[in-house]
Design a protein around this ligand. Structure first.
Ligand SMILES: NC(=O)c1ccc[n+]([C@@H]2O[C@H](COP(=O)([O-])OP(=O)(O)OC[C@H]3O[C@@H](n4cnc5c(N)ncnc54)[C@H](OP(=O)(O)O)[C@@H]3O)[C@@H](O)[C@H]2O)c1
Length: 252
């Protein structure tokens, strides 16, 4: 058992939940946040070193309150992983203004609210690590994913900017770009998801990236993210042609 502390948002399900369990198994104290308090309590029953801190990340004042509660209870934070996110593939097929705003509010502004709550703490401490979970969907615009892709793309470029700002204060910033991971979020998708992996796989990859390397980008599975990286640097005409062809192939 060590006394290192990680704060994870989005810890009630999917990738965040598996990551909380992984860090707890490695002996870390885990501050676990999400809205569903009952799921956080279940985690705490299973692993006493996972501590529930219920939070809706769209409430920026509550983010600050919860940050203060974490420090009060656990004394310190070494790493923050802001993993909250929503997706609504059904509404993405038409332009739904309310849904687009909601996705941006949670995925982008919710993460910024979370970063805001730890910003001065890490700056003054001159150490620490802020990691945010974006997606390979932020590399380029994908069919029926405009709001989600835009929110993740915004997050990725924000992470790049924050990297430079925090470097001066010896604070590490990283961004996580998962490929397809089986979670309640992807269970909503109605199209084939190539090379899909479990949330435990994602948690192991993230644990390695967060604790054993110093890289800015943590991405997995490599076989899939490599393809996405090639698409990212392709000229528009080729990218659009290939994706159109792919959509025809899967009848989407
Ligand atoms: N699964 C994939 O293939 C994949 C790929 C790339 C990136 N990602 C990203 O990975 C992250 C985790 O996704 P997942 O697949 O694990 O989905 P998930 O199982 O649906 O988990 C989403 C988490 O976000 C929390 N959350 C949602 N809205 C919130 C809010 N307003 N305040 C606080 N917490 C909130 C949920 O908890 P509550 O509902 O209890 O609040 C839940 O814990 C997301 O950012 C997602 O975009 C996923």
């Amino acid at each position: 058992m060590n006394n290192k502390v990680i704060w994870i948002t989005g810890a009630s399900s999917g990738i965040g939940r598996s990551l909380a369990i992984k860090f707890a198994n490695e002996g870390w104290q885990v501050a676990a946040s999400a809205r569903r308090e009952n799921l956080l309590k279940e985690l705490n029953d299973e692993k006493p070193n996972i501590h529930p801190f219920p939070l809706d990340v769209t409430d920026h004042e509550k983010c600050i309150t919860v940050f203060n509660e974490v420090i009060k209870k656990l004394n310190n934070i070494e790493i923050c992983v802001f993993c909250t996110g929503i997706h609504d593939p059904k509404s993405e097929k038409s332009l739904n203004l309310e849904k687009i705003k909601k996705i941006m509010e949670v995925n982008y502004f919710g993460t910024i609210n979370s970063i805001n709550s730890v910003y001065n703490y890490f700056k003054e401490k001159k150490s620490g690590h802020i990691s945010m979970v974006s997606s390979v969907a932020g590399y380029r615009g994908l069919p029926a994913g405009g709001a989600y892709c835009a929110s993740k793309s915004a997050l990725t470029t924000y992470a790049e900017s924050l990297y430079f700002d925090m470097k001066r204060f010896n604070v590490r910033v990283s961004v996580v770009h998962p490929g397809f991971i089986k979670t309640p979020m992807t269970d909503q998708n109605d199209f084939p998801m190539p090379m899909i992996k479990t949330s435990e796989f994602a948690a192991n990859e993230m644990f390695k990236g967060l604790t054993k390397s110093n890289s800015f980008e943590i991405h997995f599975p490599k076989s899939f993210t490599f393809i996405m990286k090639v698409l990212k640097i392709m000229p528009n005409w080729l990218y659009l042609k290939l994706v159109k062809k792919g959509m025809k192939l899967i009848n989407y």
